[in-house]
Design a protein around this ligand. Structure first.
Ligand code: GRG
Length: 296
């Protein structure tokens, strides 16, 4: 399949929906909404929403129908990047090729923009109830799933562990726990939510979850490799930061070559999880394979 064309089409779909779900930049709290727009429309890959649409497609659903869920996932992801870049966390100046939110606005506005996006995500999910008439139970399950993946048992917990691990040696097992929570949980929830919302069977949703878990780890291994080997201009952020912050990484623990082999194995096993879906999972297969060649 033509993955580039597929991703472009999906990105367009998601971006138009995000424009519709986010409040217009006006009103008394103009400044915080402007900061939310600034970070959300800074040109991210839209990987989580695209995984959500592809999860729906794999179980035979209409991807357009799950757009509110897909957009909520991107809002949560963008909030996490804004907060991650703050001086109290990673203290980064560059994100998605432009100044980070706190650099462009100020720290307080960036904190509020993150809070605004996180809450807008759940508002978007709540407001979507009228679209999912008869499927309210699935929507509630998806809301619970996303809250769990984003919260202290998922991304927030992983971020805590990651910060605590800075400057000390970690085992491979610890590293895996950090990344399963910090990045893997929301990626897995994305593809699972698409399958759940589109009416996938229990077996299908289990297969998508297993794919998502391996995909999440492979994403992190390749992200770590890009931090060592990638070009800052292509990445839209500074590289070499993990070493500077004394962060534990896969290339650091395994060595670059073994990390590459590990990513390859994860991608292969993720793709093997999709056997039951046939042709309909072709986008999920192609997206997983793309992890091994991505440059941003
Ligand atoms: C602040 C609660 C809280 C959590 C932050 C996701 C995260 C947790 C931190 C981001 C730090 C980081 C760079 C992690 C590596 C993996 C990652 C999430 C990369 C960015 O995701 P992409 O590549 O970004 O999907 P785009 O910009 O394309 O959306």
């Amino acid at each position: 399949m033509d993955l580039k064309a597929y991703l472009e089409e999906r990105r367009g779909l998601v971006n138009r929906a995000l424009e519709a779900y986010l409040p217009a930049v006006r009103g008394p709290a103009f400044r915080v909404v402007k900061a939310m727009h600034y970070s959300l429309f800074a040109g991210g890959k839209r990987l989580r929403p695209i995984l959500c649409l592809a999860g729906a497609e794999a179980v035979g659903g209409d991807p357009a129908e799950v757009l509110p869920v897909a957009c909520a996932l991107e809002m949560i992801h963008t909030y996490s990047l804004i907060h991650d870049d703050l001086p109290a966390m990673d203290d980064d100046d560059l994100r998605r090729g432009r100044a980070t939110c706190h650099k462009e606005f100020d720290e307080a506005t960036a904190i509020l923009a993150g809070d605004g996006l996180l809450t807008a995500a759940f508002q978007t999910l709540g407001e979507a109830a009228s679209r999912f008439e008869g499927r309210e139970t699935a929507l509630l399950a998806v809301i619970e799933l996303i809250a769990g993946a984003a919260g202290y048992r998922g991304m927030v917990g992983g971020q805590m562990l990651d910060l605590q691990a800075e400057g000390r040696e970690v085992t491979l097992k610890e590293l895996e726990t950090i990344h399963r929570l910090k990045t893997g949980a929301l990626l897995t929830a994305s593809v699972r939510a698409g399958g759940l919302m589109a009416g996938g069977t229990r077996a299908e949703v289990t297969a998508l979850t297993s794919y998502g878990e391996k995909f999440g780890l492979a994403f992190q291994v390749t992200d770590d490799l890009l931090d060592v080997e990638g070009e800052a201009a292509e990445m839209g952020k500074a590289t070499g930061m993990d070493a500077r912050r004394q962060k534990a990484t896969y290339p650091g623990v395994l060595g670059r070559e073994e990390a590459r082999v590990w990513a390859q194995r994860l991608v292969e096993t993720a793709i093997a999880d999709l056997e039951t879906f046939g042709e309909r999972a072709e986008p999920l297969r192609a997206i997983a394979a793309y992890l091994l060649v991505r440059r941003s």
